[in-house]
Design a protein around this ligand. Structure first.
Ligand code: ADP
Ligand code: MN
Ligand code: MN
Ligand code: MN
Length: 405
């Protein structure tokens, strides 16, 4: 809960009355404080200014990926009739403040790649997804978009589609207590929470709802949302989206999620295993198909792609997200990080073939390995390259067909 300023002020006043020195206050606060106190501002006051009409100009919020896989942004004014990807200017930011450039040559150049409607400012204002370059024109090491675009380049006839299932976990601002959990304790065991309704099992629905609407408004192909197995954990899906659009949209959807959570003053993390023990982790299941897989008889193509994925299991795992080894244990609807497996409707496998593929003999595959904090540029490009590589090695493997619990 956000404490209102008068309450905080009266607490500080009380501390002063007991003659606590500022030193004492610092010491007693240090272990517990994970971030600065929330500052509450009246949203009604803000809305008065946001409603002011502006003509001929719009606000363009430029988004980029920082060194930690977080999205940062800053805003500039552009002419309303120049708000297209081709006409928007390149821009720059201070890379020495994001750990992405030295102080004596601090500029990182950002180039507009995709635009979306801005769900926060509304009107004709836009979000501009950019990617990052040195002044000499080389992509930054954190810019994996360039390689992803290269991977898709010249292979448009494959028509790759992706459905990315982004899971995330909500926390109190202490960053220790998942939303809805008792402080210092645990809720009842997993079971009632997945897709559950009710005050005793659903925590943070307002965030999921606000985020869903904001993504729909912005033009992201968001296809659904659901409450997850661990209380305070949620999922949304982006897709089917084509080629590079899938990762572009997922990154912008993550930015929107951070902004929504900022509005609600709730902390969100994409950590793949935010609570250790008997609690589900968070993934980014990657559903993938090509034109051949979706066409009649596509199951043959799907199984060939799975055997190619199997032959490169280690390379994929190493690119599928930080800390994924804490999540891929073989328990909690995951396959062990060390073994590659696949099966129809089997959620304990690396790759799941949806039941619909068995029925229709075509469709898509689900790679369940990527973690919630993966870079979707890396994952979508790698899945594409491996699955469509005609010369790719194939693992000799049979499906594990009996679904585990
Ligand atoms: P799960 O049953 O694993 O929870 P979801 O319904 O959460 O699956 O997500 C499946 C995702 O796959 C959705 O985003 C959906 O739009 C997408 N999808 C559906 N068909 C295809 C396809 N042919 N190729 C790629 N993605 C697809
Ligand atoms: Mn899902
Ligand atoms: Mn899920
Ligand atoms: Mn899934």
């Amino acid at each position: 809960m956000v404490r209102s300023l008068p309450v905080v002020a009266s607490l500080i006043g009380a501390a002063d009355a007991f003659q606590l020195t500022s030193l004492h206050r610092t010491q007693s606060r240090q272990p517990a404080v994970a971030m600065a106190e929330a500052v509450e501002m009246d949203p009604l006051v803000l809305s008065k200014y946001m409603a002011l009409p502006v003509e001929g100009k719009i606000q363009a919020e430029y988004l980029w990926l920082d060194a930690d896989g977080d999205v940062r942004s800053k805003c500039r004014t552009v002419a309303a009739n120049k708000a297209t990807v081709d006409q928007l200017p390149d821009w720059n930011y201070d890379g020495s403040s994001t750990g992405q450039a030295p102080g004596d040559d601090s500029e990182v150049i950002i180039k507009p790649r995709a635009i979306f409607k801005d769900p926060f400012r509304g009107g004709d204002n836009i979000l501009v997804l950019t990617d990052t370059y040195t002044p000499a024109g080389d992509p930054l090491p954190t810019n994996k978009r360039v390689a992803a675009v290269d991977a898709f380049e010249g292979k448009t006839d494959e028509e790759p589609w992706y459905g990315l299932e982004q899971e995330y976990t909500l926390f109190n601002l202490d960053k220790i207590t998942p939303l809805g959990w008792p402080q210092g304790g645990y809720p009842g065991p997993q079971g009632p929470y997945y897709c559950g309704a009710g005050a005793d099992r659903s925590y943070g629905r307002a965030i999921s709802e606000a985020h869903y609407k904001a993504c729909l408004y912005s033009g992201i192909e968001i296809s659904g949302t659901n409450a997850e197995v661990m209380p305070g954990q949620w999922e949304y899906q982006v897709g089917p989206s084509k080629g590079i659009d899938a990762a572009d949209e997922l990154w912008v959807s993550r930015y929107i999620l951070q902004r929504v959570c900022e509005d609600f003053q709730v902390h969100v993390t994409l950590d793949p295993k935010p609570i250790s023990g008997d609690w589900n982790g968070a993934g980014c299941h990657t559903n993938f198909s090509t034109k051949k897989m979706r066409a009649a008889g596509g199951r043959t193509e799907i199984e060939k792609a799975i055997r190619r994925l199997g032959a490169r299991h280690a390379q994929h795992i190493s690119a599928y997200g930080e800390g994924n080894e804490r999540r891929l244990t073989g328990l909690h609807e995951t396959a062990s990080i060390n073994d590659f497996s696949y099966g129809v409707a089997n959620r304990g496998c690396s790759i799941r073939i949806p039941r619909s593929v068995e029925a229709d003999d075509c469709g898509y595959l689900e790679d369940r390995r990527p973690s919630s904090n993966c870079d979707p540029y890396v994952v979508t490009a790698m899945v594409f390259e491996t699955c469509t590589n005609e010369k790719g090695e194939e693992l000799d493997i049979k499906p594990k067909n009996q679904a585990m619990a």
